[in-house]
Design a protein around this ligand. Structure first.
Ligand code: RB5
Length: 151
């Protein structure tokens, strides 16, 4: 599994915790920045992860900001990305199982590192319940994207 990771300054500390978590489990990752707590613009970092996941260079993405909201909104603008803002493990698991989410977003100012890492673990371990109603619904979501985001 290859995971793309990024944050703005508001999620910088949590990104470091997530990278330690991935390293400890030998999970392949790329850190798309930011690389300090200096103020930056969250869409730039969400875009880097979202584009790399949409292009198939990474299986999943994880993006952090202060609330997780700005990076979620930004990542979801990229066709092919289904970013889920999850601050509990049940949502993280269901985002993968039912919605085939391919990007997880988290807010460092919302959840502590312990819970955040449990959420990351739930997201990485769960898989899409492929076939049947969930595939049909995800296909309908993609249809909306095609209708409004055709290049
Ligand atoms: C930065 O102060 C903050 O606005 C950002 O990290 C994020 O929470 C936006 O959604």
């Amino acid at each position: 599994m290859r995971v793309a990771v990024a944050s703005d300054h508001g999620g910088f500390g949590l990104k470091a915790e997530i990278i330690n978590f991935l390293r400890a489990r030998d999970i392949e990752y790329k850190d798309f920045g930011t690389h300090s707590e200096e103020s930056v613009d969250y869409p730039d970092y969400a875009l880097a992860v979202a584009e790399s996941v949409a292009a198939g260079q990474f299986d999943l993405g994880i993006v952090c900001c202060g609330t997780g909201i700005g990076v979620s909104m930004s990542a979801n603008k990229v066709p092919g990305v289904r970013a889920a803002l999850c601050h509990d493990t049940f949502s993280a698991r269901m985002a993968r199982k039912h919605n085939n989410a391919n990007v997880l977003t988290l807010g460092q100012r919302v959840v502590g590192a312990g819970l955040a890492l449990d959420i990351v673990n739930a997201f990485l371990e769960a898989g899409f319940d492929d076939g049947g109603r969930h595939s049909r619904r995800v296909a309908k979501m993609c249809g909306i994207e095609e209708k409004y985001c055709s290049k």
